[in-house]
Design a binder for this molecule. Structure first.
Ligand SMILES: [Cu+2]
Length: 440
């Protein structure tokens, strides 16, 4: 469906050509990941998590160091891929640690710089319906699962595989560290889960990575083609990408929103905290000092990034073996925030869970008259079951290289474990006693 802002209907977005190979995604071939693909029996239409998780909807992967990630997935005609019941079990944890109840895209807002077109690529195009069929070469070493797209047939479009991420750690335990001269080093691996959806001429790669060290990362990669109807950018609003000064591709933004419903230690109840550090210049010949303060976020919040500011979602139901409450820190990637709409003005939102609040703008599913964007839901209610919304923007000023196909541009964030385990979950046996003040 097409949804407009205000009275103006955006120009209808039309289908582009065939799927493009996403060769930029391909890394070195690595070991097989995930269970064998099986034809799913049915896919739920509703955004709610499926009650159960049969083999066809399960993703499980053990990585380096013995870390196992487990999750369920389902598919939604708006958001596309939705991951549910995500848990993390590093070596040494007796059972999986529940992390997220659900995680997914919540909008891709695309306003063009001249103010004539403004799209919501999740709820305003057929993004979910246009899941792309993946070629085997796009999922090296992995498994392509078949997705039953409601009203769209069976599409082999969900890749689960693993990918190397380089060093997990390195320590030369030499004399200076009181050690043996042994070098401890390990190469890390990620479980990678992704789909490609088409929204008009663009193709969006929705990628989730689950690392052996407990980090979760999601990125959206925009590729495909520039909109052929937006080559009329005026001065200061476009960039010539054909010969001479013709064909000024109009600049625009991609504001990508994610919705994260944490379920740390199996409980929807969680606390949110904001941290800010203040640097004081030196007095005379001294050195600068820095002081960090913690602000409990007890009411709904629209948060703005700032140097030395960060947020975490803290478990109320579980602690690690050091007695510290488990938490995940939100680590936004590079972002060019677009202040054009109240819902795009902030980098993170924490709202009290409401089932019908599913999309950051042009929300679907709430009763008539219910406010329809995340900024309106962040209105000061007490927060004890927080839903986290992350907004990462990219101002796309086209360049000659964008033809053709357009190189993938990534935008996203990470969730870093903070005190989920008492030590580095990948600590080698030799160093397992080094927790707290080291022996000297
Ligand atoms: Cu773009």
């Amino acid at each position: 469906m097409h949804v407009s802002h205000g009275n103006r209907l955006p120009r209808a977005r039309k289908a582009a050509g065939t799927a493009l190979a996403v060769s930029a995604l391909l890394g070195a071939a690595i070991t097989t990941a995930g269970p064998a693909a099986a034809a799913p029996k049915a896919a739920p239409r509703a955004p709610a998590a499926p009650a159960d998780c049969s083999a066809a909807y399960k993703i499980e992967q053990t990585l380096d160091g013995g870390t196992t990630w487990r999750m369920c997935w389902h598919y939604n005609t708006n958001s596309g891929l939705i991951l549910d019941k995500i848990s993390y079990q590093p070596k040494g944890e007796p059972k999986p640690v529940p992390v997220l109840t659900s995680a997914r895209l919540a909008q891709i807002h695309v306003p063009y710089d001249d103010g004539q077109n403004e799209y919501d690529d999740i709820t305003g195009t057929d993004f979910g319906m246009r899941l792309q069929k993946l070629k085997a070469s796009e999922c090296p070493g992995g498994t392509i699962k078949t997705v039953k797209v409601p009203d769209g047939g069976n599409v082999p479009g969900l890749c689960t595989t693993t990918r190397a991420r380089g060093h997990a750690y390195r320590l030369n335990n030499d004399a200076s560290t009181g050690g043996t001269g042994k070098v401890y080093t390990a190469q890390g691996k990620d479980l990678l889960v992704y789909t490609v959806n088409k929204a008009s001429w663009y193709e969006y790669i929705t990628e989730w990575r689950f690392s052996s060290d407990g980090t979760i990362t999601s990125n959206v990669g925009a590729t495909g083609s520039l909109s052929p109807y937006d080559f009329d950018g005026g001065d200061g609003r476009g960039w010539p990408i054909g010969k001479g000064d013709q064909a000024k591709a109009e600049s625009h933004s991609h504001n990508v929103f994610w919705r994260l419903n944490f379920g740390l230690d199996g409980s929807p109840k969680a606390k949110v905290e904001q941290y800010d550090s203040q640097v004081t210049p030196p007095n005379g010949s001294g050195s600068p000092k820095t002081k960090t303060t913690r602000t409990p976020v007890t009411k709904e919040l629209m948060g703005d990034r700032k140097d030395m500011r960060w947020w975490r979602v803290v478990s109320t139901a579980g602690k690690n073996k050091d007695g510290h409450p488990r938490s995940y820190e939100i680590v936004p990637g590079a972002s060019q925030k677009h202040s054009g709409r109240p819902f795009s003005k902030h980098d993170v939102y924490f709202t009290q869970y409401k089932k019908c609040e599913q999309y950051a703008s042009n929300n679907l599913g709430c009763p008539d008259g219910y406010p329809n964007s995340v900024d309106k839901w962040s209105n000061g209610e007490t927060l004890n079951h927080p839903v986290t919304w992350v907004n990462i923007g990219f101002h796309h000023i086209a360049r000659d290289e964008d033809q053709q196909p357009m190189p993938v541009h990534w935008q996203g964030f990470s969730l870093a474990p903070r005190d989920v385990t008492a030590m580095n979950p990948l600590t080698p046996q030799d160093l397992s006693g080094v927790n707290g003040v080291p022996r000297t």
